[in-house]
Design a binder for this molecule. Sequence first.
Ligand code: AHM
Ligand code: MG
Length: 338
Amino acid sequence: MIFHSDTSIVTIDRFIIEQEALFPEATGELSGILYDLAVAAKMISSKVRRAGLIDILGAAGSDNVQGEHQQKLDVIANAIITKAMDHGGRLCAMASEEEEGIIEIPPQFKCGKYVLLFDPLDGSSNIDVNVPVGTIFSVLRRVTPGEGQGRVEDMLQPGMKQVAAGYVIYGSSTMMVYTTGHGAHGFTLDPSIGEFLLSHPHIQTPTVGKYLSVNDSYERHWSEPVRALMRRYRGLDDRREAMNVRYVGSLVADFHRNLLGGGIFVYPANSKSPEGKLRLLYECNPLAFICEQAGGAATNGKGRLMDVVPSALHQRSPLFIGSKCDVDTATLMLKDDR
Ligand code: AHM
Ligand code: MG
């Protein structure tokens, strides 16, 4: 393990190289994927930073003052990631929350041994009101034989098979947090030099959280055990101190605050959305990997989220993620749910 002093300036590129050097068997392919993702994140960040100017420069679907056609930011982010990642020779397929089927590697490029799954701009409805949004990604090793295009089966692996995962938050600053299974590390973008600098090495989330993130406008659609759990988190059954409720409605923002400050993000199943809302492969699993690496936990209410074997690319899942003790409470109180 490499430790950096508080005053070291470490770019994400250097950190990735140093991490790779710890594993003699590493071929550098995974590192290449992470570099390319960091570049894509910088490009998306620069677009997000200009989002507030859209009224001046032209709304989505219209032409801007230069006569260029405006696209929605989630569509732009999707195209940026696809273009940044399709030619490196390290991936054999991609899948995006924005696209129905898998994204093939164009025939002129070499296929590699990994697949990438991503949500290019999560919470994008928040863009219009200048609230943080994020990108989430997950990398898996292909399981189908051969060296050509990857297949859906390569994507439908449980979260514990992820070899890397991370997210980028476009907030008051842009941060990228990733893991390759050796801790969760955060990097803050210095826009003046265009580099992600190591700012949060070896993130550890508190064991007991102080924040509760939940959209309780769905309360009337929750099961009784979920309602009882929420009463517990709020201290209403006198079994724990009341948590502070904080809900941005942008998963990456809510997750990131809770990861650093301690807390739980909850998006349960409800009678209107029996599987919950969030996507297992693009949202839940990558954040679960980060959270576990930071000493937290994630469940779908029945068991460890990363043990779930997916059956469809866009499968949804209930999500309870964050500080270990608070997730354990959910597991205990929901064990007889439905
Ligand atoms: P999206 O992928 O369509 O952007 O939806 C995901 C978002 C998450 O960022 C957020 O946690 C959740 O939807 C909020 O949903 P709700 O408005 O139902 O609380
Ligand atoms: Mg999303």
